[in-house]
Design a protein around this ligand. Structure first.
Ligand SMILES: [Zn+2]
Length: 330
C-alpha cells in the first residue's frame, strides 16, 4: 500500500473523439499502476464532481452559465480546441473535484495525486488549449476557503506555459521585482533560457516551459523560466532547481501544486524539448525532494502528454507515482 492516495475515476475520460490529446491515458495509467504493482486498488479513491460553488471560486458566472447551458459561441468553442458536449462539462467538473480531493489528502499525507487534471490553460472567463476548467486553481481556492491553507505555490512543468493559472493568480501579485539572472551563476551559459520573476500575494506561480511554443501570449507568472528549444535533462533540471530555490526563498507555501506534464519529453508531438524518460523521473524526484525537505505537502496533477507512442506518456505519468513512492515510503 502506498503512503498516499491516488484520486481516479474511469469518468476522467474526455469524450473528444479522435484527438491529439490521448483521452484514454487516464484509464491506461490506472491499469499500468496496478499491473506493474506500483499501486493496488486500495490506494485509489473515487472523486465527486466539484460543486458549481467550487467552480465559481475561480470562474466567471457568465462562463459557467454558458458551459452548463451549451451556449458557448463558435469562436469560444474553437479556442478551447475540444468539441463541446454536456459529457465533457461533466468530465471537467469531475477533474476539478479530483484535484480538490487530492489537495485534501496531500494536506493529510504530505502527497496526494490526481490521476488527471492539470488543465492550466483555462482562464476565469474562457477555456483554451484543451482546458475548460482550471482544476488546480479551483482546488487552491477551495482549500483557502476551508481555511486548510493560507498560501500555495504552483510548480508547472508542462512544456507549455501555465497561462490560465498565471492570469488567475496575477490579481494577487503585490509587487514586481526582477530576479537576478540564474543563468550566469549556476549554469555558466547565460544564453540558455531566461528567468523572469515577480513576488506574489497568496499564490506564487512558477512555470517552466518552452519559450517558442503555445501560448503565444504568456501572462507573467511569479517566476517564468523561458526555455529554448531542444534543452535536455541536465540543463532542464538545473533550471528547475534554480526556480524552486528562488521561489522558496521568496515565498512560504502551505501547499505545492505540482503540474507534472509529460510533454517536455523528446518524443512529444506538441513539445520541442529533449528530456528523456529518465530525466523526467529525475524532475519528479527533484520536486518531491525539495518539498519533503521543507515539509511542504504536494498535490500532483498530470496536464499534457502527447508522445508519439502513448505508452511513453503512460510511463512518464506512472513514474511520477514511482518517484513519490520511493521517496515517501523511505
Ligand atoms: Zn502541455
Amino acid at each position: 500500500m502506498l503512503p498516499f492516495k491516488l484520486i481516479y475515476s474511469p469518468d476522467y475520460y474526455l469524450p473528444i473523439g479522435q484527438h491529439v490529446f490521448p483521452a484514454e491515458k487516464y484509464r491506461r495509467i490506472h491499469q499500468r499502476l496496478l499491473e506493474a504493482k506500483i499501486a493496488d486498488e486500495s490506494d485509489f479513491l473515487t472523486p465527486q464532481p466539484a460543486s458549481d460553488q467550487d467552480i465559481l471560486l475561480v470562474h466567471k458566472p457568465d462562463y459557467v452559465q454558458k458551459l452548463k447551458t451549451g451556449t458557448l459561441s463558435a469562436r469560444e468553442e474553437l479556442e478551447m480546441e475540444v468539441p463541446y458536449s454536456p459529457e465533457l462539462v461533466r468530465a471537467f467538473w469531475l477533474a476539478a473535484g479530483g484535484s480538490i480531493l487530492a489537495a485534501q489528502h496531500a494536506l493529510k499525507d504530505k502527497v496526494g495525486f490526481n490521476i488527471g487534471g492539470g488543465f492550466h490553460h483555462a482562464f476565469p472567463d474562457h477555456g483554451e488549449g484543451f482546458c475548460m476548467i482550471n482544476d488546480v486553481a479551483v482546488a487552491i481556492r477551495r482549500m483557502q476557503r476551508d481555511n486548510r491553507i493560507r498560501t500555495a505555490m504552483t510548480v508547472d512543468c508542462d512544456v507549455h506555459h501555465g497561462n490560465g493559472t498565471a492570469a488567475i493568480f496575477a490579481g494577487t501579485r503585490t509587487a514586481s521585482e526582477p530576479l537576478p539572472s540564474a543563468a550566469a551563476s549556476t549554469l555558466g551559459r547565460p544564453a540558455l533560457g531566461k528567468m523572469r520573476g515577480a513576488h506574489a500575494g497568496d499564490v506564487f506561480t512558477i512555470s517552466l516551459h518552452q519559450h517558442n511554443n503555445y501560448p503565444a501570449w504568456k501572462p507573467p507568472s511569479s517566476i517564468d523560466v523561458d526555455l529554448p528549444d531542444g534543452i535536455g535533462d541536465d540543463d532542464y533540471l538545473a533550471w528547475l532547481d534554480n526556480a524552486l530555490s528562488s521561489g522558496l526563498r521568496q515565498f512560504e507555501p502551505d501547499l505545492i501544486c505540482y503540474i507534472a506534464g509529460a510533454d517536455p519529453y523528446r518524443e512529444d508531438q506538441l513539445g520541442g524539448l529533449e528530456l528523456t524518460l529518465e530525466g523526467l523521473k529525475r524532475r519528479d524526484e527533484l520536486v518531491f525532494r525539495v518539498a519533503r525537505a521543507r515539509n511542504i505537502p504536494v498535490m500532483v496533477t498530470y496536464a499534457g502528454g502527447y508522445a508519439r507512442n502513448v505508452e511513453d506518456t503512460v510511463t512518464i505519468h506512472s513514474n511520477t507515482v514511482v518517484a513519490a513512492k520511493e521517496l515517501y515510503a523511505a
